[in-house]
Design a binder for this molecule. Structure first.
Ligand code: DQA
Length: 141
């Protein structure tokens, strides 16, 4: 089983950005944790991060018939991107939406999620562990 983990804009700034919300561990630490979990579960994982909406769309398109699952934290594009939603629908790969923070308890503008229209599950407020939970949800499915 192959799972693609996508992180959107500013998630490369983990450990620097708003530590009170996102914690003090950095993006390489996130990737390390995800890879260790995937290895334990016997799945292959590819981690990708981009600050560019179009690059994320292209990455999703290229996943067509190559990956069995997608874990995506679209960052701020969660709240704006119909293009990312459409790409996920186009490739029809089972997807879990992840947010490190409790987005539901934050600002009004974070209450809209476009990818939620496609994702079969959403995990919020579980910190880095949310990505591992998402991988488990894809395996179970
Ligand atoms: C986030 C929440 C988004 O609202 C924000 O724009 C992010 C990170 C999260 O992981 O909690 O960049 O997706």
């Amino acid at each position: 089983m192959k799972i693609l983990v996508i992180n959107g804009p500013n998630l490369n700034m983990l450990g620097i950005r708003e530590k009170n919300i996102y914690g003090d561990k950095n993006y390489p630490a996130l990737v390390k944790g995800i890879k260790a979990h995937a290895k334990e579960k016997g799945v292959k994982v590819t981690c990708y991060q981009s600050n560019y909406e179009g690059d994320i769309v292209t990455k999703i398109q290229k996943a067509y018939q190559k990956f069995d699952g997608i874990v995506i934290n679209p960052g701020a594009y969660t709240h704006t991107s119909v293009a990312i939603l459409d790409a996920l629908k186009a490739v029809s790969i089972p997807t879990v939406e992840v947010h490190i923070s409790k987005v539901d308890e934050r600002e009004d503008f974070r209450q809209i999620s476009f990818v939620r229209n496609y994702a079969f599950k959403t995990i919020t407020g579980e910190g880095f562990n949310g990505y591992n939970m998402a991988i488990d949800a894809i395996i179970e499915r």
